[in-house]
Design a protein around this ligand. Sequence first.
Ligand code: HEC
Length: 272
Amino acid sequence: MTEIPEHLLNRSKARRAEASGQASSDASPAVQASATPAAATPATPAVPSQPKPVAPDPAYVVAAKTRKKIPFWAMSALSLLPLWAFMYLWALTPEDKVVEGPRSIGAAVYAGCSGCHGAAGQGGAGQVLHEGEVMKTFPHIEDMLNFVYVGSQSFVSEGLPTYGDPNREGGAHKPLGYNGNVMPAQGPTAGGGLSEAQILAVACHIRYDLSGADPASEEWASEYAEWCSPESEIFKALEEGSANFNNIDEVFNMLEKKPIKVGTTARLGSSK
Ligand code: HEC
């Protein structure tokens, strides 16, 4: 339905009034009536306040509205579910056999040396072992194993003037040459408490952890691979007893860098 604008209605009313000879003032009530539509339709304001008839919710909506929701504090627990799933899968994967290499075993053995040599090998009652010093004394790990096994007193008893490299940078080390202090023997037949495998392990820890030799360097790579790496066959053989300090040179003579006999009595060391 098209609505006729009010001003047109008023105008036509006025014209009709003029034509019928009525006073023009009669037009004003029509204008007033249209200006106050609220008065003309008193029922209008009551319409919005009338309650609309509400259709009852279907059963499934009622069920959805009334069932218990997940409490908010459960959200933190739920958010950890993916992590749990990950850990579950991780726990299911078979565990790799833990490879305890000589260095990590040696770090534990070193607890019996640190009282004299210092926690970082910085020295004390015992010789300085850090910053490459021990590598200068023993360019061959076999000579270090021999010295640690027998201790400095054995060198004195055997009448040996030096231990380690006789051409050591800074001068060869003499038994009891470090303030006259004694390096106690560590090997079992010399009166010590360490096995040969433990002596190798602690030597590996001193050389590659405390003294800082680089296992990847050209100078130390073959020594590291043969004696100190987690895959070291020599270390395994000493642990199992299939080789010992007295026959190691024969048992492992197939190695690229043939081992020198370590021995369990004091002997002179070799130079670089
Ligand atoms: C009671 C103190 C003491 C203890 C414990 C001790 N040492 Fe020593 N160590 C010495 C002394 C002193 C020297 C110097 C020996 C000498 O001059 O004859 C020395 C020297 C050494 C050297 C030679 C270093 C060099 O460059 O001349 C090595 C290697 C060594 N000790 C390893 C060890 C290891 C490995 C242990 C533990 C298993 C250990 N020591 C435990 C006192 C000790």
